[in-house]
Design a protein around this ligand. Structure first.
Ligand SMILES: *[C@@H]1O[C@H](CO)[C@@H](O)[C@H](O)[C@H]1NC(C)=O
Ligand SMILES: *[C@@H]1O[C@H](CO)[C@@H](O)[C@H](O)[C@H]1NC(C)=O
Length: 395
């Protein structure tokens, strides 16, 4: 009888010992995972010398419920800082490395170094952009090497057993468009077509998305007298009718995206998703940069955010929710060019929002990395004490 009771209490105690760590792990996982994530993605650019550490940024993004991040490189510090968060990454191969990627061995080496270890550790990397806005300039060598580079990265992913897990594409500038209005007349610039034809065939065959960087702000800045601010800021306006399709556009971003769909279709493809890899609005600019104010930036981003969370599609693809990466997370003080270039951020480097669009984030103070270690230590001690007391109870 006594031994039976003792055995029963023993198994109960054993269960406690087994279950306790599992519960603790679940509690911790609940704290670090992104709960009810937003659908919006964000570009995490780092051309600055005053940005918070990736560990702090990871807290900020989780507190914002942002779970999609686009990098311009494959910064290992960032990828490590986000391990276990569930945040999904687009990583980039810079233009300077595109030429060398044409060699399959180089592509495989790049993946082995920049992607494979993070995937093994549990990172979510779902897309690699090979080059950025390659057809914007006139670097014909770079342009000619883009597709071979994409092919070898794709091949190397296959060789590493990662086919289907990571998309391979590139991000285009809207400058590749020869015609973008009306949307149904959308066509690529004739000089880009010879490159884009095989490029589209590659995207179609590999089921990868077409990424486009769209800035209605540029159109407004170039011609503030004729481009209605309401139309570019998603504010109530009469909209414009595409006479060919009879579709009504109430904002320029959707018109730009549909122009890209039309241009792709004109080259024979209807099976390629178009995603907005960058869009944004500067909160400050030089005196000749019309419209670069915190008010306009807040209106643009706030309205865009609402439409994304409504899972709205464009007039041409109403069933396909727009997929957008906002540019950018932080103001980047070392970006060259006009003042606007350094003022696209949602946040200042100290984590305070540049304007209020209801994105309330928390950037932990500098000491927080230590305090996080402290929290882990408390849990370890708690576990040890729990195990010790169960052992004591058993003896
Ligand atoms: C094109 O190339 C020329 C000379 O190589 C350069 O000066 C010019 O800035 C380039 N234009 C663009 C748009 O990149
Ligand atoms: C790759 O892109 C396609 C097309 O947009 C998408 O359906 C698919 O989910 C993407 N794959 C990954 C791993 O994200």
């Amino acid at each position: 009888m006594a031994t039976a009771a003792r055995a029963a209490s023993c198994t109960t105690a054993a269960r406690v010992v087994l279950v306790l760590p599992i519960i603790l792990v679940l509690i911790m996982a609940g704290q670090v995972r992104v709960a009810e994530a937003l659908s919006i993605g964000v570009n995490y650019g780092q051309i600055a010398n005053n940005l918070p550490s990736p560990a702090r940024v990871s807290w900020l993004l989780r507190s914002l419920k942002i779970s999609k991040v686009k990098l311009f490189d494959a910064d290992p510090h960032v990828l490590r800082a986000f391990l276990g968060t569930g945040v999904e990454f687009v990583v980039g191969i810079g233009n300077e490395a595109v030429l060398s990627m044409a060699s399959p061995a180089a592509a495989e080496a790049w993946l082995q170094l920049h992607v494979v270890p993070h995937l093994r550790a549990g990172a979510r990397i779902t897309c690699i952009t090979v080059g950025n806005e390659v057809f914007k300039g006139n670097d014909t060598v770079l342009q000619a090497s883009l597709l071979p580079a994409m092919r070898s990265v794709h091949q190397a992913l296959g060789a590493l057993g990662l086919q289907g897990r990571v998309n391979v594409t590139t991000a285009h500038s809207l400058d590749i468009m020869g015609v973008s209005y009306p949307p149904s007349a959308g066509a690529f610039h004739p000089s880009a077509v010879p490159h884009l034809q095989p490029f589209l065939a590659f995207l179609s065959a590999t089921r990868a998305p077409f990424l486009i960087n769209c800035y209605p702000y540029f159109a407004y800045k170039d011609d503030p007298g004729r481009v209605p601010l309401e139309y570019v800021l998603f504010q109530p306006n009469a909209g414009v009718v595409d006479q060919h399709t009879r579709l009504i556009y109430d904002n320029m971003l959707y018109a730009q995206v549909d122009a890209v769909y039309a241009a792709i279709q004109a080259l024979g493809h209807t099976d390629i998703d178009v995603k907005v890899s960058e869009t944004g609005w500067p909160s400050r600019g030089d005196p000749d940069e019309a419209g670069a104010t915190p008010q306009n930036a807040g209106t643009y981003i706030g309205n865009l955010l609402r439409r994304i969370e409504m899972k709205q599609g464009t007039p041409l693809r109403p069933q396909v929710p727009i997929d957008v990466y906002v540019f950018a997370l932080f103001n980047e003080n070392l970006k060259p060019g006009p003042a606007s270039e350094r003022n696209y951020g949602l946040f200042y480097p100290d984590g305070t929002p540049v304007y209020n669009v209801g994105l309330r984030g928390y950037l932990p103070p500098l000491a927080s990395a230590a305090s996080r270690g402290g929290a882990l230590q408390v849990i370890h001690w708690f576990l040890l004490i729990a195990i010790a007391s169960v052992a004591f109870f058993l003896s």
